[in-house]
Design a protein around this ligand. Structure first.
Ligand SMILES: [Zn+2]
Length: 558
């Protein structure tokens, strides 16, 4: 074949950057993209316009969409994945925790007092100080803090600060006074008022005794909640989290999120789920805001039971370390079926917290009956945690189309002590990622932040290694339930989007979807499993805008 006719060459050179003739706003090139799209699992480059992906392909293909004003990100051969989607967060609580005093690492009571004093000075007069956890086991000498450690530091601020396990707190004199706690106050059932040798309260209140003071604390203001959400929004970007399915933390959450959206501050997309127990209020909440790609009310959340650590997970048989105790059914589980049926009929997705094997079996039964009663439709009921399952309940998730929404980090945390409560045999059905996937369930992942770290990298590492965080089970707790890095990544992206009816917009990097993606320092799909937890988020892009950049990245070393 001879040279192309000149006129044809000219036409090629003048060809518009794409069909619409407008160059891309952003081009990502030289990347190892895991797209999550079965039709094209890997790509080198993609182009973005109007916050959405307009092309995915090779560097050469995408270069054609580059114009003079196009921003170009050179990934330098690093791994790029769809923005992580966290199916289970408590963002306002997490954000408030980020803003609080950091007392966990204090070495002694004097340092504790000093940090509280510095913080108190910066607060508006008279406000309560209640955020900032401590751990006296880190102190030399080990002793509980007292009101005498707080009073010189806290001025006119009533103060009560929790120990990091949440089972006790220390109050200053003002807070004790507000709660009416004196030497004459008896210990409430299930609680202890710690006293000195003269019988006076020292300031420490345990378990139900904490209520005496905490119920006097004024409700948080919208300003406080919005400040927490702002901090949480930033934390999400730093962790590569581009979307959250956020669960009722405060009644002001939705107002707070909406304020951030109005200010143009949102860099994480929020699919919010108020409490089913307040039905039909969630319908009003949904109608009270515009529901768009940044903020929407996506469903409702309810509770069947408590938690394993507290011995309140609802089980068929007693805990091994607590004969006679089979856990607790939440009061709202009474009448829940009717409320679920109503929410489902009104088109609200329903997700229910269930930890114990009996709580899980019961909620699957309820979902089954409601689906039969209300008739067939795409409803995607969810079980949050789905933590301990009987063997015969595992296939029911796929059969009923119920999504197990699970948090792998809890497995490597609980795995330190859960055998003691469950026994080896029952432990086989805990955090049963492998069995659920093998049974064709749509496994979706999240963190449960601020109960566990927000980082999806830590979540993926936990699902792949199941190595407990105390380092004592490096081969993995219940190792037969490990899954592959790609399966874990899918649960944090593709399936997490599906779990909130958002698979048409996000979860994979395909033409038409939102341009939410993350550049990682290393490739979770190819490094040794033990190395996954060390991977850093180098950059986070949401809607085609860089919302986070790691200042310590060094792609050339990778
Ligand atoms: Zn939670």
């Amino acid at each position: 074949m001879g040279p192309l006719p000149l006129i044809f060459m000219a036409a090629l050179l003048a060809a518009p950057p794409d069909a619409a003739g407008v160059p891309a706003e952003l081009v990502l090139k030289s990347a190892k993209i895991w797209t999550g799209d079965a039709a094209r699992p890997e790509a080198e480059a993609l182009a973005v316009r109007g916050g959405r992906i307009v092309a995915v392909g090779s560097d050469a293909e995408i270069a054609k969409l580059q114009g003079p004003s196009t921003k170009v990100i050179d990934a330098k051969r690093r791994r790029v994945v769809p923005g992580f989607i966290d199916c289970h967060t408590h963002m306002s609580m997490g954000g408030l925790d980020l803003l609080a005093m950091d007392l966990r690492k204090t070495k002694d009571p004097a340092e504790f007092t000093r940090i509280v004093a510095e913080y108190a000075k910066k607060q508006p007069p008279g406000v309560w100080l209640t955020d900032g956890a401590w751990d006296h086991q880190q102190w030399t000498p080990v002793r509980l803090p007292t009101k005498a450690d707080l009073d010189p530091a806290t001025g006119d601020h009533p103060t009560c600060l929790s120990r990091q396990d949440g089972h006790m707190m220390v109050c200053n004199t003002l807070a004790l006074k507000a709660g009416g706690v004196t030497r004459d106050t008896p210990d409430p059932a299930g609680g202890v008022i710690v006293r000195d040798e003269k019988g006076d309260p020292t300031g420490v209140l345990k378990d139900t005794a904490m209520e005496l003071v905490s119920r006097k604390r004024p409700d948080r203001t919208l300003q406080e909640i919005a400040a927490g959400l702002r901090a949480a929004n930033k934390h999400a970007g730093a962790n590569g989290v581009t979307s959250v399915q956020d669960l009722a933390g405060s009644s002001l959450d939705v107002l707070g999120w909406d304020a951030l959206r109005l200010n143009g501050e949102l860099t994480v997309r929020v699919n919010y789920r108020p409490l089913l127990s307040t039905w039909p209020k969630p319908l009003e909440t949904k109608a009270s805001i515009p529901n768009d790609e940044w903020l929407r009310i996506g469903g409702v959340k309810a509770f069947m039971d408590g938690a394993l650590g507290a011995g309140t997970a609802l089980m068929f048989a007693p805990f091994d370390d607590d004969p006679g105790n089979t856990g607790v059914a939440m009061p709202e589980s009474e009448g829940m079926e009717e409320r679920i049926a109503k929410a489902d009929a009104a088109g609200m997705q329903v997700e229910v917290h269930a930890i114990g094997d009996k709580a899980n079996a019961q909620i699957l039964d309820i979902f089954d009956r409601v689906a039969k009663k209300n008739g067939p439709k795409d409803r995607r009921f969810r079980v949050e945690h789905a933590q301990h399952l009987r063997r015969e309940d595992i296939p029911r998730f796929a059969q009923l189309g119920v999504i197990p929404s699970m948090q792998p980090y809890h497995a490597v945390d609980d795995g330190r002590w859960a055998d003691r409560k469950l026994g080896k045999e029952r432990a086989k059905g805990t955090y049963a990622f492998r069995s659920l996937l093998d049974a064709k369930a749509s496994l979706a992942f999240g963190s449960d932040w601020d109960v566990a770290p927000l980082s999806p990298i830590l979540g993926i590492a936990a699902a792949v290694t199941r190595a407990t965080i105390d380092g004592k089970q490096p081969g993995g707790w219940v190792p037969e339930q490990k899954i592959s890095p790609e399966e874990a990544l899918r649960a944090y992206t593709v399936t997490a989007a599906y779990a909130a009816f958002e698979e048409k917009e996000k979860g994979s990097l395909e033409i038409g979807k939102l341009a939410d993606f993350v550049i990682l320092s290393d490739d979770p799909l190819s490094v040794r499993p033990e190395a996954i937890e060390k991977i850093q988020v180098d950059a986070t892009v949401v809607g085609g805008k860089v919302v986070f950049e790691n200042q310590n990245q060094n792609p050339n070393q990778k």
